[in-house]
Design a protein around this ligand. Structure first.
Ligand code: AMP
Length: 374
């Protein structure tokens, strides 16, 4: 199928072609016609499947008809992290470049005054993290009764981050008659309950079985003792011809320790976690995407949803505590048809976490040997 076969406007098609995409991904092919029909969608999809464009493209056309009024956004996209919010905004900019839609990003860590000014001018698309959105609502700077389309992205991550009560509150402020698009990579019972509550006769779309790793990723396990992990990682970084890699750690404080250690060894590394000030996060991410930094050490929250084209490797310096995070982590590479590699370093005491990953995958992670260690 070609993009032209989807009933998108010529201006959206032109922007898609400018971005270099010719064929819709499976979720785009399946979801776009239903979004255009005004149906609710329950999408089971990970990042990396092209799910953002599956709602952004039709939304641009739908929102082009009509005008925004002050403080009354016409669509609302809720996302768990600021990085993901910025990424969705980037998609609206890329695909909406021939349109005049106005957009506001309501995320923590940035000037509330500037956000208020933006809302006052009226926005077609409001992209928000839940906490900051509630702040604005409570200050009276925002009315949600004109929202025609609601998107909830990464539902399972919202659950992990404790945002479900906030989401339920926000949705209670929205009109009952609206179109709702709900995406999640997995559907634990709490997410099912929310979907049942928020959606009316949704079209269910499932592009990869829940929690199956990206097909294009070769992933391996290297058992290592605590003292060996750093040496093993450094050995792998040279042996694997790593161009750029995300290196995951479970805890924020360990992110800086590892990033500093890699820097001391002359490697081009930086850390990314939720305790860093927002401008620093944005700048670090920019530098990594621009190739000025090759290694980004991150926590799950910071690394979730990062859209980095051509990421060659993902390393798990710690085995993730939640098995589902394994799938999300390794899915950062091997995106949109490119091959990727992922290597997990595991301590003997991480056996339980590894067993949970193996249970989720249906098989253990294949082991690989590392040679040439000093
Ligand atoms: P997402 O799942 O929305 O995070 O998108 C994952 C990656 O796929 C992003 O780098 C997109 O730019 C890319 N992408 C989105 N749509 C397409 C498409 N139709 N063909 C190829 N790549 C795409």
């Amino acid at each position: 199928m070609k993009f032209e076969d989807l009933k998108l406007s010529p201006d959206v098609l032109r922007a898609v072609a400018d971005a270099g995409y010719t064929e819709p991904t499976p979720i785009q092919e399946l979801a776009i016609p239903y979004v255009q029909m005004g149906r609710d969608i329950l999408g089971c999809a990970q990042t990396g499947t092209g799910k953002t464009a599956s709602f952004v493209l039709p939304m641009i056309d739908i929102l082009t008809a009509g005008r925004a009024r002050a403080r009354m956004p016409r669509s609302l996209i809720l996302t768990p992290t600021r990085e993901l919010a910025a990424q969705i905004a980037g998609n609206f900019e890329t695909y909406g470049k021939y349109h005049k839609l106005s957009m506001a990003l309501i995320i923590g860590g940035e000037s509330i005054v500037r956000q208020v000014q933006k809302l006052d001018r009226g926005v077609d698309v409001l992209i928000a993290t839940p906490g900051r959105l509630i702040d604005h609502f409570e200050r009276g700077g925002l009315l949600l009764n004109d929202v025609k389309i609601l998107v909830i992205d990464e539902g399972d991550r919202m659950l992990d981050m404790g945002f479900i009560p906030d989401i339920e509150r926000i949705v209670s402020f929205l009109p009952k008659i609206r179109q709702t698009l709900f995406f999640s990579a997995t559907f634990p019972p709490e997410i099912r309950r929310l979907a049942d509550k928020f959606l009316i006769n949704p079209k269910e779309i499932n592009v990869t079985p829940p929690a199956s790793p990206a097909e294009m990723v070769d992933h391996f396990l290297v058992p290592a003792g605590m003292r060996e992990k750093l040496a093993v990682l450094r050995r792998l970084l040279s042996a694997e011809e790593v161009q750029n890699a995300l290196i995951f750690r479970n805890r924020k404080r360990d992110v800086d320790v590892l990033a500093n250690s890699l820097k001391r060894h002359g490697l081009s590394a930086a850390g990314l976690h939720g305790d860093m000030p927002q401008p620093k996060r944005t700048e670090t991410l920019r530098a990594f995407k621009a190739g000025e930094i090759n290694l980004l050490v991150a926590t799950d929250v910071a690394g979730r949803g990062l859209d980095i084209l051509g990421l060659s490797h993902v390393f798990n310096f710690d085995v993730p505590i939640h098995a589902e995070d394994y799938v999300h982590r390794i899915g950062r590479t091997g995106r949109a048809g490119r091959a990727g590699r992922s290597i997990t370093l595991a301590l003997p005491e991480e056996t339980r976490a590894l067993a949970a990953v193996a249970g989720l995958l249906g098989h253990p992670i294949p082991e690989m040997a590392v040679t040439g260690l000093d």
